[in-house]
Design a protein around this ligand. Structure first.
Ligand SMILES: NC(=O)c1ccc[n+]([C@@H]2O[C@H](COP(=O)([O-])OP(=O)(O)OC[C@H]3O[C@@H](n4cnc5c(N)ncnc54)[C@H](OP(=O)(O)O)[C@@H]3O)[C@@H](O)[C@H]2O)c1
Length: 302
């Protein structure tokens, strides 16, 4: 006699958002809460900060996962600052790789989205598409590449690589614009390269697309970044304007330099990203960052 196949009960639990006290996770949770106040498709969301659950405590993760039975996971928690990872590689591998592998395995049967980074590329080419080869130059990037590879072994799962996200984090210090403002507030002069390029994006846009991808049950690897390729100096000028709008008298000094004269840990000169794949899939245009800064800030105070 054949055994009766085991039926798993329907998944009705919330969507887990890890890293909820960080820049991107906080915005992902905020967007969902905002949507559920309106009339459209409310999504039950469980924002998990480190205080709720340390993702490297695997027994605790197992217990909470079994208790809450999430219906999907948007995994934004990470050791996200490259210098921290470089200082403590063991902690970086545990937080960024091992914790991701553990959580993705628990979430084997449900949609799972890992946030990753443009720094998986060495930056020698620029305008990177999803099928370009990775070549990580730092511990942070190495942990992200390994986590990506583990996640993408599951055909239901997603990896989203993003670039610099502009916005407002709960602690006020996580976004690149907040880091620059902190440096200027403490009287520093910033060294900005004319020949290092990134594709900055407002965090509100990133969060919106993460929801579109996970709720649409999409899978695979996507680049989600601004369409505009900007130098560090170009980005600095825009952030200085933003700072002066917020704090009229804040001095925002910087020195323009070249990567050619830089001596230090390896840097990726141009990690600008081709975002055509996600734009075609979701039928949208990602923002042109300088235009968004000029036009968007009037209506949305960060
Ligand atoms: N923001 C960007 O510009 C950007 C660019 C490229 C890629 N990304 C990626 O996008 C994701 C989100 O970035 P983000 O800017 O939102 O980072 P973030 O502001 O640093 O937030 C990450 C959060 O993860 C938490 N976390 C770290 N280890 C944890 C652990 N073991 N258990 C539970 N929570 C833990 C951190 O808590 P603590 O503060 O307590 O450590 C922090 O609140 C990351 O994977 C990052 O690598 C971000």
């Amino acid at each position: 006699m054949n055994a009766v196949p085991e039926q798993s009960p329907p998944r009705e639990g919330p969507v887990w958002v890890t890293g909820a006290a960080g820049l991107i996770g906080n915005e992902v949770v905020r967007l969902a809460r905002e949507a559920s106040n309106g009339s459209t498709a409310p999504v039950a969301v469980r924002g998990l900060a480190r205080a709720d659950l340390d993702l490297t405590d695997f027994a605790a993760v197992d217990r909470l996962f079994a208790a809450e039975r999430p219906s999907a996971v948007i995994h934004c928690a990470a050791m996200s600052k490259s210098p921290d990872c470089q200082r403590d590689p063991e902690a970086a591998w545990r937080a960024n790789h091992e914790a991701t592998v553990h959580l993705a395995a628990l979430a084997g049967g449900i949609p799972f989205l890992l946030m990753s980074t443009d720094l998986v590329f060495d930056g020698r080419k620029g305008n990177y598409a999803e099928d370009d080869s990775v070549n990580p130059l730092s511990v942070y990037a190495e942990t992200k590449v390994a986590a990506e590879q583990a996640v993408l072994t599951n055909a239901r799962h997603l990896v989203v690589r993003t670039s610099l996200n502009f916005g407002s984090s709960p602690g006020g210090r996580s976004a690149f614009n907040e880091e620059m403002r902190e440096a200027w507030r403490s009287g520093r002069t910033l060294d900005l390269f004319v020949d290092e390029f990134r594709s900055p994006i407002p965090v509100s846009e990133t969060a919106r697309i993460l929801w579109d991808l996970i709720l649409g049950r999409h899978a695979g690897l996507f680049h989600v970044a601004g369409r505009e390729r900007l130098s560090r100096v170009g980005i600095g000028l825009l952030v200085a304007q933003w700072c002066r709008r917020e704090e009229a008298n804040l001095p925002t000094p910087y020195r323009a330099g070249s990567l050619r004269d830089y001596r230090g840990a390896p840097r990726s000169p141009d990690t600008s990203m081709d975002t055509g794949k996600v734009e075609r899939l979701l039928d949208l245009r990602l923002p042109w960052f300088s235009r968004w800064m000029a036009e968007g800030l009037g209506t949305e105070k960060l």
